[in-house]
Design a protein around this ligand. Sequence first.
Ligand code: MTE
Ligand code: MO
Length: 529
Amino acid sequence: MNATRTASEPRLEPTRTDRLLAALGGVVSAYVSLAVADLASFWVRPEAGPVVAVGGTVVDRTPAALKEWAIRSFGENDKTVLQLGILLLLTVLALGVGLLALGHPLLGSAAVAAFGVLGAVAAVTRPDSDSALDAVPSLVGAAAGALLLYVLISRLLTPRPGTANPDRRGFLIVAASTGLAATAAAAIARAAGSPVQENAASSRAALVLPRPDSPAPGVPVGARLDVPGLGPFVTPNRDFYRVDTALVVPKVNADDWRLRIHGSGVREERTLTLRQLMARPTVERDITLCCVSNEVGGTLVGNARWLGVPLAPLLREAGVRPPSEGGPADQLVARSVDGMTIGTPVEAVMDGRDALLAFGMNGEPLPFTHGFPVRMVVPGLYGYVSACKWIESIELTTFDAYDAYWVPRGWAAQAPVKTQSRIDTPRPSARTAAGTVMVAGVAWAQHRGIRRVEVRIDDGPWQDARLAAQDTTDTWRQWVHPWAATPGHHTLTVRATDGTGTTQPEHRTGTMPDGAQGWHSVEVTVKGG
Ligand SMILES: Nc1nc2c(c(=O)[nH]1)N[C@H]1C(S)=C(S)[C@@H](COP(=O)(O)O)O[C@H]1N2
Ligand SMILES: [Mo]
């Protein structure tokens, strides 16, 4: 039984044009449905929007190898590519749903509703969802889309009054006006900002960082080399690499933030506010952070001045002892508001290194993208096993008992950073003039320090590069090597030796499961001759 057919109005036989319009109607309905959902999510929670929720589910379920490929191919644009992919897929599906609706209008609308239910399920099953309200954006959007599709298709199935042709004009008017209205409403909402996020932004603007009780030792004068093409010693916040699984940057209100410390060996469970955390003795430290997904020569590494409180004394006060003192927990699992879990060895956090709960980054409160209001930073461990952003709890457990987020996805449970060195200048494939060329870059082996950097031209002997002064063993170290460049093609290679005396191995390995290793080379052409 077809709902648009009545006894007095015989259903029209759709033409090719009507089929095209129906497919278009499917796309417009999907679009309006997403715009309405987007609008609703601004009031509920931006993370609860269907594209973000489905995208997050896809991210969590993507096989590790595919994700590695995505990060490798798209770098920090991987999230945009994912969302574009979802939108492309939705467009294709919407074309089909439009055509389906032309034959079976109710079925078409039911299909739109089914996608809404899918989005709603994704939204409420996200690890960061704690309310059934998260289903609302998807459901409201789908209801709007289903209704619109029904209205549009009816125009194509009923004759325009007084004629024998479908009401294509009515179709176009409804499609254009709803499409425009939805676009305008969503744009205005975006410009105004989500009320949920506004509070977080004002809490960040109002935050006054405490003075460090233990300031960072001044960076030695000789730690910064002035070589064109060599990056700054301290990475500005806006240039600091960003790696996380969050499709919407979590915006936590500092006034509502709490950190819970619990688990095995914790004598008394504790919950701290930001004010309580900041009232503790604060330290400021330069620490280089790097990502396990950084390939040889890659840029997923940065050096910042962090302000925070040491984690070890906080744990001691709660009764925690490291395994070397007989404590029952060997893993500290940090959980973030977006559901990420990051597992760190308790021994490393309590062995005297500057493991921090940080709230300041280069003199300002943490940017939202880097974990506002509080994140962990542990020198010497890759970010995915130490640097939990938007942290909300710390649980003491064991590596046997719990696998953090990346472990079932093929990454190592424990991952100290590997010694790396990188040539920043000349750039790969650079063309330079003959004469003295400054070859320069950085090397890092956090918490072990860099003892030596050597450069090799083609198959020549290894030559010591000049090392910049060391800030601390937790920071990267710049180096430079003046090269008497002769005309022709040349391969420049670098290798570093860390503070334990171990030199980087030549053989290159991929990033999985515990970080890439191998020597970095660049090929250059020297003109003239
Ligand atoms: N909540 C949360 N914290 C996280 C991640 C994440 O996906 N979610 N990624 C980790 C990884 S893999 C790295 S390398 C660092 C990167 O920190 P940055 O984005 O501030 O450079 O954050 C870590 N902390
Ligand atoms: Mo990472």
